[in-house]
Design a protein around this ligand. Structure first.
Ligand code: ATP
Length: 208
């Protein structure tokens, strides 16, 4: 089973990292790929380029076996559509189970993603929720794919929707960028090696 965790990672922080490790263990993943986007379709272009966001990710997971970075969205032209990413992973791994992990905030906009229904042709979708969080309302398409049995994800290679509670750390990259811009210390919200990288490259000092 291969996991996919996409994001801007501008910068990567413990909210991403803790949930990545938890789902890797919970779903018994051989590998979890953290995939920084080149151009996020739904938001402003990040001011820190993809190579730097990837560099920070690599520092963050250097000592976490089974968790790796994947640069395919940086190498692709145009907007980073998750459906294209999953399609290319599927082509490389025709028989593997694939799971796309997304936070509950990102899931709220899922139905506006490019060719979103096709995500389920290539992968399962697991929504990472806060413990005891209320289940969002689901469209008929999503309801048909919903399963409450994690074991089902191991019986098929794609097509299921599952909700998984993970440790909720109230950390966001936006808040980290704002702290740094205000001259405050972001330590303990993200790895020290990433903070050192940010300082070395003078990132997030002037704009968001
Ligand atoms: P920003 O503040 O710039 O919007 P972010 O911190 O939300 O960034 P992204 O890179 O946009 O991070 O998020 C990538 C994925 O990580 C999304 O699926 C998002 O839901 C999830 N995520 C972000 N922060 C957390 C967190 N604290 N706990 C769990 N998941 C998170």
């Amino acid at each position: 089973m291969i996991g996919v965790y996409g994001g801007t990672f501008n910068p990567v922080h413990y909210g991403h990292l803790r949930t990545a490790l938890e789902v890797k263990e919970l779903f018994d993943l051989q590998q979890l790929r953290l995939i920084p986007c080149r151009l996020p379709p739904h938001r402003q272009q990040p001011d820190v380029d993809g190579e730097m966001r990837l560099g920070m990710l690599e520092l963050a997971i250097a000592e976490t076996p089974g968790v790796q970075t994947d640069r395919r969205e940086l190498d692709r032209q145009g907007a980073s559509y998750m459906v294209d990413t999953l399609q290319s992973l599927r082509a490389e791994n025709p028989d593997a189970g694939l799971i796309l992990f997304i936070g509950v905030d990102a899931f709220a906009g899922l139905e506006s993603w490019h060719r979103w229904r096709h995500l389920f042709d290539y992968a399962h979708v697991v929504v990472m929720t806060r413990p005891a969080c209320e289940m969002p309302e689901l469209s008929e398409f999503l309801r048909q794919r919903l399963t409450e049995d994690r074991g089902r994800l191991h019986q098929r290679t794609a097509g299921c929707l599952f909700f998984q509670a993970v440790t909720a750390l109230d950390i966001s990259a936006t808040a980290i960028r704002e702290l740094i811009k205000a001259g405050r210390n972001p330590q303990f919200l993200l790895p020290d090696a990433v903070i050192a990288y940010i300082r070395r490259h003078h990132l997030y000092l002037s704009s968001n």
